[in-house]
Unconditional design. Structure first.
Length: 259
């Protein structure tokens, strides 16, 4: 399994003081040196963290892969076409939300999403759709031409009981199996951290996870390079049995086999 690190909150910290530091491009060098397979940033319409100049600088700095999270608006699509990330992940966006709150409603917005995908493909940019673990949304993503999906793991991450967490984990794996059967690549992300990542990493059909906030928080204590290295080790370990405390008793799920 691959690990991409979201560096949005490096920019959040910089913007809090209106300063130049910390520099997201400098953070990229540390993150890649620590073993990450890619860099994620979200160019939001309100530019609350990552800004246009950041995306340009990141494009020049990144040596692994740039995953540009973005709403499928004309303005942001035009920027993506100029920057040409390796991957564009289309996400829903609400101005008042603190962070992305759920997956795209692909079924409802097929036409504009299909148009954005076509335009991005015109510049040979691969496209992923950020979706909830729901069969209808995954089938729709395939129908309109996306190469991959990113499964929203927020409900799993926010579950308050082992039983509830197990239920969401099963939905995630079932969705990953379906997506792979349709020929889609499968990524996953949102709310993943050092405690809950191992059961996700054990799902064989998931090829990559995207993690940001938890790593930046951990970096305050151990430094960014160490924080990334620790997460790399957990992601590549891929063994849910090492996290038995998450699923003590009747919800213990082993080796990603949830059928």
């Amino acid at each position: 399994m691959r690990l991409s690190i979201n560096i949005d909150h490096i920019a959040t910290l910089r913007n809090a003081r209106g300063a130049r530091d910390p520099d997201p491009a400098e953070a990229v060098r540390v993150v890649e040196r620590a073993g990450a397979d890619g860099i994620v940033c979200h160019l939001r319409e309100d530019r609350r963290h990552i800004r246009d100049e950041d995306v340009k600088a990141l494009r020049k700095t990144i040596t692994t892969k740039l995953d540009l999270e973005m709403a499928a608006t004309k303005e942001i699509v035009r920027i993506a076409l100029r920057v040409r990330p390796e991957l564009a992940t289309l996400v829903p966006e609400k101005r008042k939300e603190l962070t992305t709150e759920g997956g795209l409603d692909v079924l409802r917005h097929k036409r504009p999403l299909a148009k954005a995908i076509k335009n991005l493909h015109g510049k040979k940019i691969a496209v992923s759709l950020f979706v909830d673990p729901a069969a209808g949304q995954i089938r729709a993503a395939k129908e309109i031409g996306a190469e991959m999906i990113e499964i929203h793991t927020g409900e799993y991450a926010n579950a308050r009981s082992n039983r509830e967490r197990g239920k969401h984990l099963r939905r995630i794996q079932e969705s990953a199996v379906l997506a792979r059967s349709l020929g889609l690549g499968v990524n996953a992300g949102h709310g993943l951290d050092y405690v809950n990542i191992s059961p996700i990493a054990a799902i064989r059909e998931i090829e990559e996870v995207s993690i940001g906030h938890a790593v930046i928080v951990r970096a305050i204590g151990v430094g960014l390079e160490n924080a990334v290295r620790e997460m790399v080790a957990l992601v590549r370990g891929g063994d849910a049995r090492g996290q038995g405390s998450l699923f003590e008793g009747d919800d213990l799920l082993e080796g990603g086999d949830l059928t």
